[in-house]
Design a protein. Sequence first.
Length: 249
Amino acid sequence: MNQLNLAQTEQLKEIGAHLRQLRQEQSISTEEVAAKTFIPSRLLKALEEGQSDQLPEPIFIQGFIRRYADALDQDGNALAKTFPTSLLPVKSQTDAQEASSITSSSLLPYVAYILLLITAASGLVYLINKPQTAKPPIQRQNSPIAQQQQTLAKPAPSSPAPPKASQPSSPIQVSVSLKDESWLRVVADGKTQFEGTLTKGKQQTWKAKKQLTIRAGNAGAVLTSFNQGEPKLLGNLGDVKEVTFSPDN
């Protein structure tokens, strides 16, 4: 679970209390909301109480708020946008120490530059003062020794190297089909290829050479097919799940 900053924590408590009040006014239980939104009841209760340590990343919390409000016939998109998803850095007591150390460490590049100049100058002086070696006597082109050296200098014919076996450029291919709306993050070989919400019926394919990771906010709505294999659900409805695909799968 991610640690929210102070602004996110306070906003989460206000939104959670507002949603709880709306639910109680409509005489709807959390189990009924869970059935409509596919969000587990324990996460709904944590959302209403503002218990950030029981909830996933801020982007998932924003999605929960939107689906919860929609289930209560409210404007889910508008309410979800009031919750910030970016984590602001928290200043620690060591910031002042780190700032003071920057001044002293800023001199290090100049010292290294001076040492580099000294080393380069020493090498130049050595090359200038290096004694020249005597050149070998010139041999006649047609002399027996010259002909023997030319024969030895000729390289032996080499056999052509066997062609290397070509390997597939993308040994990992994962196709995704959405049974319902879900937030997705796709990372291929360490680079984020997609991050956002896909709607019901949407299909997408990603490729990678070493590793491909898919993280879903509604795992039960995501069907995955690895290397054109049989499609499988990523998890259960409302669950946040992350799966990594590699050539060994």
